[in-house]
Design a protein around this ligand. Sequence first.
Ligand code: GTP
Ligand code: SPV
Ligand code: MN
Length: 598
Amino acid sequence: MTDNAKLKEWVAEMTSLCGPERVVWLDGSDDERKRLEAEAVAAGELTPLHPEKFPGSFYHRTDSRDVARTEHLTFICTQKQEDAGPTNLWMKPAEGYERASDILEGSMTGRTMYVIPFSMGPVGSPFSKIGVQLTDSVYVCLNMRIMTRIGAPVLKVLGPAGEFTKCLHGKAELDPERRLILHFPEDNAIWSVGSGYGGNALLGKKCLSLRIASWQARKEGWLAEHMLILGIEDPTGRVEYVTAAFPSACGKTNLAMLIPPDGLKSKGYKVWTVGDDIAWLRVGPDGRLWAVNPEAGFFGVAVGTNSKSNPTALETIRRNTIFTNVLLGDDKTVWWEDGEGAPPASGTDWQGKAWKPGMKDEAGKPVLGAHPNSRFTAPFNQCPSASPMADDPKGVPISAIIFGGRRARLAPLVYQTFDWDHGVYSGATVASERTAAQYGKQGEVRRDPMAMLPFCGYNMGDYFAHWVQMGKRIPNPPKVFHVNWFRRDENNKFLWPGYGENLRVLEWILARARGEGKARQTPIGWVPTADAVDLSGLSLPGGTMEKLLEVNPEEWKAELDDHAKFFAKFEGRLPAELPRQGKLLAERLEAVAAAAPR
Ligand code: GTP
Ligand code: SPV
Ligand code: MN
């Protein structure tokens, strides 16, 4: 399969550690897919779905204690703890290898170990990175085939001496007490044991493309970010691209697949999807920032996906899709809460229990059919809005970077920052309510800088400094914005309709990025004037826009104290630009307070 000596040696070493009965190298062919599917079905790992309603699609359920990322079991293993920083869990590399080896040793006895050579980014592009994942999970193999470019062409590009990220994955007992997700950036290696859930087990995704890649990006002068990429085409055929970083389950997939709302249809916009989760950004020869989506598929949240919220996604997952932890109907259909159509008359819920519509638990609460973090895995090219530029090794030029979080109060619908450093400050202070995509208290507000808190593979103080540095290296940087689709009224209802209607905000953002669009200056940045966002065809209750765009200086002052507390964690590593931006913001807030009538 390969003449890469390092790869052969590593596979031999890992084989002797894990003790599989056989080792199978994946080539990426269609025959191989059929073989793997048949194997997974025979082993009960996959259930084939209704051949007419869900052609080529399968259902999978992970262990009920293994349905989201486990940040408390995710470690950055560097020689020095300060290189992992205060926001990451840290372990000495030697200890990491030892503890994981204890669990992995002989764990594949009697089973097959698959070798998956994969490329993040178009195969052979100078921007792409190669990884090789070893795994004893057929489900993981089939997902990696969708999410990444795999097989023989990758080995060819790797050649006899090419570098690759060593990605070892073993299911072991799937016991949360014996689960570790370990990153060794100094060794370009990832060891994941004891989980079969997406972000923990598909090692090309968060582990390689964000944690390891962010480390490499800092060394090599680029950015690896938790961002969607989308293009907006206007009727003249001009396409402008933006990236947006929102925390997990905060709307990236939805925004990336946006369909123009009825009221804006006459303007003739078309939205092109380039990526929905990860962006690798580099300075192009023209001095602009260019973005590539390293993935080849979608691993999207199922719950809430319906023909109103995201018709594009619904079309994307009609065939050749793997559904994980949704409700399986006895009629071999799948369903989820806030999905499409009526639930099946009976089925199996995400915990593997018999389920019927309307079931209640002892407390009288509805029993969920699908886990809130249930997901679909579907090939990128099945997306009706897939951008023809998505495979371009050069990527797409970025006009605007958008940060956002899920915040019931404070943050307005949208604002534009004054310059790059102020933009970095707004990204570094993103806060969001925790969602079902990770274990922990749901709804609790936490700081999630650039939506990278769980994904930055090194000290976040250094990460902020790298962002500031990048600003100096981009002659023509994108403008930086902040959005909040999740502001609520006194009755806790969302003020903004969201989803497709978000195009109205994107339109203002693009106008501002071109130096057009009406705005008023506030202490936190440029906010649209009341009439600057096109609301045609949308009827919001009177005063809604004012509430959405309100900037309350008193609340912001309290927020600033919290920024300072958060930054204090990074003492000694924080770039001076961030406290400086905090001070400028405080001064602007003071100035409006002083000017306000008493
Ligand atoms: P990851 O895949 O976890 O990184 O998340 P993502 O950012 O791609 O999340 P996704 O787009 O799947 O968002 C899922 C959640 O956000 C669902 O609960 C949606 O209903 C909700 N959501 C998405 N867009 C909007 C919006 O504009 N307004 C509101 N209110 N909710 C939204
Ligand atoms: C996220 O949690 O941000 C995801 C899903 O995109 S996972 O790949 O599981 O991390
Ligand atoms: Mn994500």
